[in-house]
Every structure is written in C-alpha cells, then in structure tokens.
Design a protein around this ligand. Sequence first.
Ligand code: HBI
Ligand code: FE
Length: 291
Amino acid sequence: MNSAPRRVEHQLTDKGYIPVYATGIVEQPWADYSASDHEVWATLFRRQREILKGRACNEFLENQERFGMAPDAIPKFEDLNRVLKAGTNWEIVGVEGLLPDDVFFDHLANRRFPVSWWIRKPEQLDYLAEPDLFHDLFGHVPMLLNPVFADYVQAYGKGGVKAFKLGPDALQNLTRLYWYTVEFGLINTPEGVRIYGSGIVSSKGESIYSLESNAPNRIGFDLERIMRARYKIDTYQRTYFVIESFEQLMRATDPDFTPIYARLQGLPDFPAGEPQAGDKLFHRGTGEGWA
Ligand code: HBI
Ligand code: FE
C-alpha cells in the first residue's frame, strides 16, 4: 500500500493552493495501517476524550460510546457502518482526502459521509490543514448518529448541490453555514455552552480555547448573519455561533435558500472577528490573547 493518499493536483482556490484528491471511493486498507498509525489514533483519542469531558455536548460523547470507538486501534469503517446504518441510515465511505465541493455535496445529499482512509503522521499531531481519518471519524461521525443532525447534514448536502449550480457567491454563503455549524458549532445547554463542531472536538487547543478564551465572540445562531461571516482556515476562530438545539439547525434549512442568496448578493460580508448590531451575544470577545 502506498503510505500516502493519491493527490491529483494542487488547486488554486480563494483559500490559496489546496490539495485536491482523486474523488473515487476507496476501501479502508485496515490491514495495512502501521503500528505508528494505530499509535497516533490512540494518542489523539485518549487526549481528546479527556479534554472533551465537560466541554463536548452529551450527544457527542454518548454517540461516540454507542459506536464503541476505543483507543486501542483505528476503528474499522465496516464496524462503524453497522451502527450508523442501523441508527440513522448514514454510511461512511473511504476517500483519498479533501474533495471538490460538488463531489462532497453529492455524498452528503445521499447520506454518505466521506472519510479519509489515512491518518496524520506523529509530527502532525497538533495541527493538520486537511481532514484526515481522525478528524473525520472522531470528529464528524458521532454526531451523524443524532437523527436531527443527520437530517440537517443531508439537507445541507442537497442545498450544496443546488448552490454549486447557482455559482460562487451562493456557494460561499453555504460553505460558511457548514463552517460555523458542522465544523465549529457550539450549542447552549442547561449546564452552559458546549461543543458539537467537528473541527473543534478534533483539536486539543481549540477544544479549550472555544469555550474558555476571552478572545472570540460567541454569538447566537442566525442563518443570514452566518452566511455573511468570513472565516479563517488556519487559526482558531474569532467568532463562534451558538445554537439552542439541533432542531433549530434543521428548521433553518426549511426555506429555499435561493431568495436568501439573492438578497445577500448586494450586502457586504462581515469580518471574521467583529460582533454586529443585532447579534445575540453569549460572550463579547476581547480579541486579545491566545492564538
Ligand atoms: N471534502 N473529504 C472532504 N471533507 C470535507 O469536510 C470537505 C470536503 N470538501 C469540501 C468541504 N468539506 C467544505 O468546503 C464544505 O463546506 C463543502
Ligand atoms: Fe470536517
């Protein structure tokens, strides 16, 4: 087995050059994982499970238990798929890595979640610019066992297929929604604000920073506010959006987004870190401190 994913090319996007991978589905080469690969999984799994106690929302932690994920070895997609298909009729499919948006959307629209078959190297433990197996399996898969969230992600995928055809502005609005919910979302609970976003739960530093730093703003969920909010891909977030429930997310995808995109066309975007008039502030960040 080649030890690295098959990169097709580097594509210049508005986020700079990103590696674009072959878009086919690949079998998980479980027998080929090295002892070091399993060790990387074990180290990240143990560390994040410890940090997320009292920080991740209960749904995330309980669902991870339901999958029977454990530190001792990289989980087998086929084992997780038995639980996932029975639970919410979603399926994990192995891929080479980051996919072009339209290919990614098509998977989500059909309740398939693409998971990179490879895991990061030991020297990449703390940061990786692209989704690897740990980010996808540990971070994304548990929430797909929540029926409402599972429907939300499929609705997002269907919206993505439509937005892709509408053009780059609609696409940018929609990918911001994914970024500020699926990847970096926070949820309000009776015990306080908790994490559900995959980009946060799979990151040691951001799991702590997102709830405890004074730097970022934490703003109540608002669809159009999110669609106009720029974001950064290579630092901790300056703004997080807080939902009251996963049902709130699902309701937000009820309307047809086309007229919303049209209305937003003429309006300016908001910088990543500044609260705006009308924001429901859970916490006004100072902008100082931390990364
Ligand atoms: N591809 N494999 C993979 N995983 C992702 O999370 C992913 C992607 N391609 C595009 C993408 N995410 C985001 O730009 C979405 O908002 C579309
Ligand atoms: Fe992700």
